[in-house]
Design a protein around this ligand. Structure first.
Ligand code: ARG
Length: 461
């Protein structure tokens, strides 16, 4: 059991089967730089507590620096027999600092408080990378909106034509949900910025180490107030996994629209060659693979979240080895989002909208019927009646196989005397859009204000 972190009370080494099961270096090695940063901070508090001389501290830091360099260059990698990142790096430290000095670092800390801390550090760094990726998607949506400030399109509910909306309004709707995800990442960081280092195995340390000083050293705002909570809780991971899953779901909903819009039947949008794929057999094909992968990965990220929650459920306090299973779900969510976000932002940025077709379809399917009903309300007709009359008009159109604006003055008059020829003023897409000018509405004036509000929201405080 050479190089293992435990072994004194065991007569022999672990079985092959146990070692194979127990091993985590294949996924926790990515935490090595954080482990080394934690070790530096820990060495400093050992020094402050009088447990390392200044000279020993200096030797320890320089060995850790060397180790970090060797990890970075790939000169030092975990051995087949290493159990986890912590054990492997302690072995590497001892190789560089000698057993006498290297063996002092483990005092007053446990892998339990280490792993809880390193995970938070890693998640915080990647949360900011993911936030940058989300901002890029939002920026792409904003750029498309600004490119098409007046383009109308069919707005849908139940996937059926509902009311005309501006294309920019539809695109910005996706931007708003993503902007809330950004908000969530920022807010989450408040809870993630608390360091468990110093919690030890579960009860804290008797060595007079200062957790606050380690926390500051590692970029945290503070240290945990409860060492059991520090080592056993993973709600910060689960919340991160939820936000990641939510981001993927938001990307998936946007992607689903792109997939529909790019079909021959919709023909709303053309994908850029560099953000679409072909078929190995059908020469004509141009497929929205990015959007489909976004949709598929959302399922995967939901799985990451639910898997993690299932692991946590019913775990007694404090640390249990089950918690080793906390890492792969969040690492996977991070890895997926970090490849997905740049592809989605590129896809959105390069979409080419067929605005003529969008405009032509915007009023079809009787999408102006609500405008007729609301026009009647402005003439003093109760909405219940107005709704009936506009519905009658739609029925007549269906009988005559025409659109609302094709009805003659006589057709309207036959439905109800209130439907005077003046109703035609709302039977245009422009009139319909312009009338929805209150906050949050789809009128160009309201969308312009919305865009400013979104940009203000996105400005770093
Ligand atoms: N590899 C472990 C994990 O990922 C580190 C903590 C192990 N602690 C223990 N007491 N076995 O959770």
């Amino acid at each position: 059991n050479s190089g293992a972190l435990w072994g004194g009370r065991f007569a022999g080494g672990p079985s092959q089967a146990l070692a194979a099961l127990s091993k985590s270096t294949q996924f926790d090695w990515r935490l090595a730089p954080y482990d080394i940063a934690g070790s530096r901070a820990h060495a400093r508090v050992l020094n402050q507590a009088g447990l390392l001389t200044d000279e020993e501290l200096e030797g320890m830091i320089s060995a850790l620096d060397q180790l970090e360099e060797d990890v970075r260059s790939g000169a030092y990698v975990p051995a087949e027999s290493d159990e986890d990142v912590h054990g492997s790096l302690e072995k590497g430290l001892i190789e560089r600092a000698g057993a006498d000095l290297g063996g002092k670092l483990r005092a007053g800390r446990s892998r339990n408080d280490q792993i809880a801390t390193l995970g938070r550090m890693y998640l915080r760094d990647h949360a900011s990378i993911i936030a940058t990726g989300v901002v890029a998607v939002i920026d792409a949506l904003i750029a498309q909106s600004e490119k098409h400030p007046y383009a109308p399109m069919p707005g849908r509910t139940h996937l059926q034509h509902a009311q005309p909306v501006l294309l920019s309004h539809q695109l910005l709707a996706h931007a708003w949900s993503l902007s809330r995800d950004l908000d969530r990442l920022l807010d989450w960081d408040k809870r993630a910025a608390v360091s468990p280092y110093g919690s030890g195995a579960l009860a804290g340390s008797s060595l007079g180490l200062n957790p606050q000083s380690v926390a500051e050293d590692l970029g945290f705002d503070s240290a945990v107030w409860n060492s059991i909570d520090g080592t056993a809780s993973r709600d910060v991971y689960a919340e991160f996994a939820w936000i990641a899953a939510m981001i993927s779901v938001d990307l998936s909903r946007l992607s689903e629209e792109v997939i529909l819009w790019a079909t021959k039947e919709f023909s709303f949008v053309k994908l850029h060659d560099s953000f679409s794929t072909g078929s190995s057999i059908m020469p004509q094909k141009k497929n929205p693979d990015i959007a489909e992968l976004a949709r598929g990965k959302a399922g995967r990220l939901i799985g990451d979240l639910t898997g993690l929650l299932a692991t946590l459920k019913a775990l007694p306090l404090a640390y249990n080895r089950d918690l080793q299973e906390d890492k792969e779900p969040v690492f996977d969510a991070i890895d997926q989002l970090e490849v997905l976000l740049p592809a989605v932002s590129g896809m959105v940025e390069t979409l080419e909208f067929n605005t003529d077709r969008l405009a032509e379809l915007a009023p079809q399917g009787f999408a102006l019927a609500t405008d007729v009903a609301e026009w009647l309300v402005r003439q003093g007709v109760p909405f219940r009646v107005a709704h009936e009359l506009a519905g009658d008009a739609v029925r007549v159109c269906e009988e005559k196989n025409c659109e609302l604006w094709d009805l003659t003055d006589e057709d309207f008059a036959a439905i109800a005397p209130e439907l005077t020829p003046a109703v035609r003023e709302v039977l245009t897409v422009e009139g319909s859009l312009n009338s929805r000018s209150s906050q949050g509405g789809t009128a160009p004036s309201a969308v312009a204000q919305q865009l400013e509000a979104l940009k203000t929201e996105l400005k770093p405080q």
